[in-house]
Design a protein around this ligand. Structure first.
Ligand SMILES: Nc1ncnc2c1ncn2[C@@H]1O[C@H](COP(=O)(O)OP(=O)(O)OP(=O)(O)O)[C@@H](O)[C@H]1O
Length: 297
């Protein structure tokens, strides 16, 4: 579904250049329910905005299904956003129309693409648990309910890919669990590929795979353990921001890209006082990285 290779995004302001993504690699299979985690400023939203067609990449490769998002024309981008991808933000108020009912809100994007389907709109609201509230105006609904309307809206044009930026960021735990339950059901029953961006580690246990981003690069991957496999290993990629994921649920892997690059967690380097050089040895089974002994110590 998604393939990013060497994806670069540079934001240019008057006298400053920010490299938000610096050659990121990511592959997401059709029908996956996965999360991207990372600290503030790591590039998560930048990546999601690119995948959602809201922002243009600077270089590298990024494809979503048949669409090449680097080469896509403005016209095709409109079609892509309408047909392929659905988007959910943390704060959806700006995307909802308060003077319309929940049902009318869900029908709005259908109308814009000329395919109104009331029965499907109602079904979506039923799926998100708002069957009884569909005729209520938006302002009569709670924040959590509005968030669920937003999920229904994001699915109104039957997208194959759903992108969610901190979808549980401003709701309580019960609502957050409910939203994750809806995602899982949509994923299992409709086969929608879902990518969630979050800094909330507790969401991680509720998805099949987690990819950690650090400094605009994918650094670590956590894949749900097969319960039949006896736990062991998986310590290789732990770091401060992902420590909570070293649970019995996920197995951790450090991401090695096609040319053999990987990221060493900053705290490992600090602990060993490794700055710009290290010694690497292969002992037949392990690759051992140590502080260089010959460099002026
Ligand atoms: N429009 C922009 N112009 C300039 N710099 C930007 C812009 N958008 C993001 N950045 C910078 O790019 C980097 C990555 O930002 P991004 O919003 O993708 O991070 P994030 O991981 O989503 O963070 P958060 O969790 O705080 O939203 C940051 O250094 C940010 O300051």
């Amino acid at each position: 579904m998604i393939e990013c290779e060497g994806l670069v995004k540079i934001y240019k302001t008057d006298d400053l250049e920010v490299v938000a993504l610096q050659g990121l690699n990511l592959k997401v299979e059709d029908g996956e329910l996965m999360a991207i985690i990372g600290n503030s400023g790591s590039g998560k939203s930048t990546l999601l905005n690119i995948l959602g067609g809201l922002d243009r990449p600077s270089a590298g490769q990024v494809t979503v299904g048949p669409w090449d998002l680097l080469k896509i024309t403005e016209e095709q981008l409109v079609q892509y956003k309408r047909e392929t991808v659905g988007f959910i933000w943390q704060n959806n108020a700006r995307n909802l129309l308060p003077y319309l009912s929940a049902l009318e809100n869900v029908e709005m994007p259908m109308m814009l693409s000329g395919k109104t389907d009331r029965a499907y709109a109602k079904q979506l609201l039923e799926w998100v648990g708002l069957k009884e509230r569909m005729h209520n105006k938006l302002h009569q609904l709670s924040g959590g309910e509005q968030q669920r309307v937003a999920i229904a809206i994001s699915l109104s044009n039957r997208p194959k890919l759903l992108l969610a930026d901190e979808p549980t960021g401003s709701v309580d735990t019960a609502t957050s669990d409910m939203i994750m339950g809806i995602f899982r059901r949509l994923n299992r029953e409709l086969g929608v590929t879902i990518v969630i961006v979050t800094h909330d580690l507790s969401l991680a246990g509720k998805v099949d795979r987690v990819v950690a981003i650090r400094d605009g690069l994918t650094s670590t991957e956590f894949i749900k353990r097969n319960p039949n496999i006896i736990p062991g290993g998986g310590e290789a990629a732990s770091s401060e921001e992902t420590k909570g994921l070293q649970s019995s649920v996920h197995e951790a892997y450090v991401v090695v890209d096609r040319v053999g690059r990987l990221q060493v967690p900053k705290e490992y380097l600090t602990a060993l006082n490794i700055k710009d050089k290290a010694t690497m040895e292969f002992d037949g089974e392990r690759i051992v990285i140590t502080r260089p002994k010959t460099l002026g110590e």
